[in-house]
Design a protein around this ligand. Structure first.
Ligand code: UT7
Length: 332
């Protein structure tokens, strides 16, 4: 029996209008544009408004993806949302997005931090392959600024808000789509302390923590995360390519997690992927966590990707979690 083909019919993304530049951050913490650019490659990032929440960003990206696929919200069978900055601990951000889109289908969140988009896409792929659903809306949305301590220079310069969405379907749609290929996922809970928001859950609940301890904000051991990000993304890329018929040289578009230029450079040194095949948005978005690879894919997709070209996406995040995925521009 031939394997069922699964497609990404369309993509969409949304970035809030408010820009936070390195120069503005210099007024807030002891940092410089030179330090931030040389250590990360980031020049500015977008920040959502006070009254704009994660689901609002997700809805804006979802509406673009729905319009791109030319399908109605009534045709969506399932909504999966990836986020590390949810509207609430519960209900899920997926339920908030479902309500705002006027959908009635099942909806749930996946918790895989910055790797969430790939975990959500892998879930969508399985639901469609099993025949349970035909059209799945996958959204990755982050108002991570709500969880950033803007007096902590080691983290506040890195992150930005944004959202991405994709319509995953058993049909290619009216024009050529992206066929979903191999997806490799990984997790290592031993490393959870290196990147976390310590308070707000059942370990350190509202009863036993106070907002003055700043434990409700994102904490990161940057050096540990840096080292593991390179190792884990590199091994998942290798595994993903080994499991497919695609070689490093056949990668036409490489979209790595948009966290740090130096991590991307280190990855490139390990593979024969040409530098002009790497696509980045981090200079103007910062690290948008789960939304990062989706925003980047949406940004470059319609402009350039030609028939039969291969796209490789890879990501890494808290947990630790990581993964890689291959896409190919194809007709059904
Ligand atoms: O989505 C996945 C999550 N995150 C990542 O992938 C991030 C992974 N980590 C990184 O990208 C890097 O570790 C950072 C960019 C966060 C930090 O770069 P680094 O080269 O590892 O710097 P460092 O933490 O070793 O800090 C070097 C120095 C320190 O000063 P001393 O101790 O040498 O005097 C820091 O206090 O730089 C200082 N520093 C800063 N200086 C100016 C830290 N943050 C800043 C800052 N501006 N914003």
């Amino acid at each position: 029996m031939t394997e069922k083909k699964i497609f990404i019919r369309s993509t969409g993304s949304y970035l809030p209008e408010k820009v936070l530049t390195n120069k503005m951050l210099k007024e807030m913490v002891d940092t410089t544009d030179e330090w931030i650019v040389s250590r990360t490659g980031i020049k500015e990032r977008r920040i959502a408004l006070e009254n704009e929440c994660t689901s609002d960003l997700g809805v804006k990206a979802a509406l673009k993806a729905l319009a791109g696929a030319k399908i109605l919200i009534e045709e969506i069978d399932l909504i999966i949302v990836a986020t590390l900055s949810p509207d609430y601990i519960f209900p899920s951000t997926a339920c908030m997005i479902q309500k705002k889109l006027g959908a009635t289908c099942p909806a749930f969140d996946v918790g895989a931090a910055c790797s969430g988009m790939l975990f959500a896409l892998s879930s969508a792929k399985s639901f469609i392959a099993s025949g349970q659903y035909k059209n799945v809306l996958v959204v990755a949305a982050e108002k991570v600024s709500s969880f950033i301590d803007y007096t902590d220079r080691s983290t506040c310069v890195l992150f930005g808000d944004g959202a991405a969405a994709m319509i995953v379907s058993d049909k290619a749609g009216f024009k050529e789509s992206l066929q979903v290929g191999e997806i490799v996922l990984g997790s290592d809970g031993q490393m959870h302390k290196s990147l976390e928001i310590p308070a707000g859950g059942s370990v350190l609940s509202a009863r036993n923590s106070s907002t003055t301890t700043k434990d409700h904000f994102l904490k990161m051991d940057g050096k540990v995360v840096f080292k593991h990000a390179i190792q884990r993304m590199a091994s998942s890329i290798k595994e993903c390519l080994d499991q497919s018929d695609v070689s490093e040289q056949q990668i036409d578009y490489f979209i790595p997690h948009q966290a740090n230029d130096r991590i991307i450079d280190a990855l490139l040194k390990r593979f024969s992927i040409k530098i002009d095949r790497v696509h980045k948005t981090l200079e103007s978005t910062g690290n948008t966590c789960a939304a990062s690879i989706g925003i980047c894919l949406d940004h470059y997709l319609d402009q350039k990707v030609k028939m039969d070209q291969n796209i490789l996406l890879t990501t890494f995040g808290a947990g630790f979690t990581w993964g890689s995925m291959l896409l190919k521009r194809e007709r059904q």
